[in-house]
Design a protein around this ligand. Structure first.
Ligand code: CP
Length: 298
C-alpha cells in the first residue's frame, strides 16, 4: 500500500487514520513498545525538511521502530558517477519496511514505485503533493471543529505551487459542504486542471483580503523561494502575508493554519493571537505520523 497522492484518499480512509491518530494522542505521548520493534523506516530525503523528517524519526522511535536515512547520491570517487534511484530502491528493499521519500522532482515516483517491494510514502514531491501533511492538517482541523464537513477554508499566498495546500484541498473534497476560497496573485491561483477537479465536489471562490471574515480556517500557503512563475517582489509577499490587521477581520472561531516552516507569510505578532493554530497543528503531526507508520509497517 503506497501513499503518493491525496487523490487516493476517501472519506472513510481519512477518518480511519484520524481515529487511529487520536488513539496515539490519547496515550499521552508515551513511548510504547509495539510489535513494530523490528521494523525499519527508510527515510530518503533529497530536500531539506525539519518537521517531516524528524517527525517520522520521532514517531518511529515512539513505536519502538528504527530508521535509516539517506539524503544524497554521493558520486563515486573513481568514476564521478552516482547510482540511480531505481538501483537504490532495489538495494534498500531488503533492509526497510517502508520508504518515506521527499524529492524536488514531481515525477520521482516513476523511478521508485516499479522497484519498491514495501510501501512508499510521499513526503513532498516538488510542487505536486504532500499528502501526509494534508492528513496532519485535517486531523488538526477535526480536533478543533469536531467535523470535516461544512467548513469554509481560505487559502492565501502561493496557492498554486504549495504542495501542502494542493493536497489539503484534494483531501477536503471528500467531505460535504466544503467551500474553498483563494486569495493569491493571478499567476499563483491553482491550475485549471486542479480547479476543475475540485469544482465537481466543492465550491471554489477567488476572493481578496477585503472579503476575509467568513471562513472557519485561514490557511497560509507561504511563498516558495523559487517556483516556475518566477520570483516575487518583497511587496507581493507582504500583500499576501497575514498581519494583525487581517486577523482583526476574522470570525472569533476562525483558526490560522500554516504547515511551517513560516518564513515571512505570517507576521510574528500574530503568534500571540488566540487564532494562531499553526504550532498546535504541527504538534498533531506526531500522532498522525505514528498512525501512518503503524498502518503501513504493522
Ligand atoms: N511542513 C513540512 O513539510 O515541513 P518540513 O519541510 O520541515 O518537513
Amino acid at each position: 500500500m503506497n501513499l503518493i497522492s491525496a487523490k487516493n484518499f476517501t472519506r472513510d480512509s481519512v477518518m480511519s487514520i484520524l481515529h487511529k491518530s487520536d488513539g496515539f494522542l490519547n496515550t499521552a505521548n508515551k513511548s510504547m513498545a509495539t510489535e513494530l520493534h523490528d521494523k525499519v523506516a527508510g527515510l530518503l530525503f533529497f530536500e531539506s525538511s525539519t518537521r517531516t523528517r524528524i517527525g517520522y524519526e520521532v514517531a518511529a522511535y515512539k513505536l519502538g521502530m528504527n530508521t535509516i536515512s539517506m539524503d544524497t547520491f554521493k558520486p563515486s570517487k573513481s568514476t564521478g558517477w552516482s547510482e540511480t534511484m531505481s538501483d537504490t530502491i532495489r538495494t534498500l528493499n531488503s533492509y526497510v519496511d517502508a520508504f518515506f521519500v521527499r524529492h524536488p522532482s514531481e515525477n520521482i515516483f516513476n523511478d521508485i514505485i516499479p522497484y519498491a517491494h514495501v510501501p512508499v510514502i510521499n513526503c513532498g514531491n516538488g510542487y505536486d503533493e504532500h499528502p501526509t501533511q494534508a492528513l496532519i492538517d485535517s486531523y488538526a482541523i477535526w480536533k478543533r471543529f469536531d467535523r470535516l464537513d461544512n467548513l469554509s477554508v481560505t487559502f492565501i499566498g502561493d496557492v498554486r505551487y504549495s504542495r501542502c495546500a494542493r493536497s489539503l484541498m484534494i483531501l477536503l473534497s471528500n467531505f460535504e459542504g466544503i467551500v474553498i476560497n483563494i486569495i493569491a496573485p493571478e499567476q499563483l491561483i491553482p491550475d485549471k486542471r486542479l480547479l476543475r477537479m475540485l469544482d465537481k465536489k466543492v465550491r471554489v471562490n477567488v476572493i481578496t483580503k477585503d472579503d476575509l471574515g467568513h471562513e472557519d480556517i485561514l490557511y497560509s500557503s507561504g511563498f516558495a523561494p523559487t517556483n516556475p512563475s518566477g520570483t516575487f517582489t518583497h511587496e507581493t509577499v507582504i500583500d499576501y502575508s497575514i498581519t494583525l490587521e487581517d486577523v482583526a477581520k476574522l470570525k472569533d472561531t476562525c483558526i490560522i493554519m500554516n504547515p511551517l516552516p513560516r518564513i515571512d507569510e505570517i507576521s510574528h505578532d500574530v503568534d500571540y493571537s488566540d487564532k494562531a493554530y499553526y504550532f498546535e497543528q504541527n504538534r498533531m503531526g506526531l500522532y498522525v505520523r505514528m498512525a501512518i507508520l503503524e498502518m503501513l509497517c504493522g
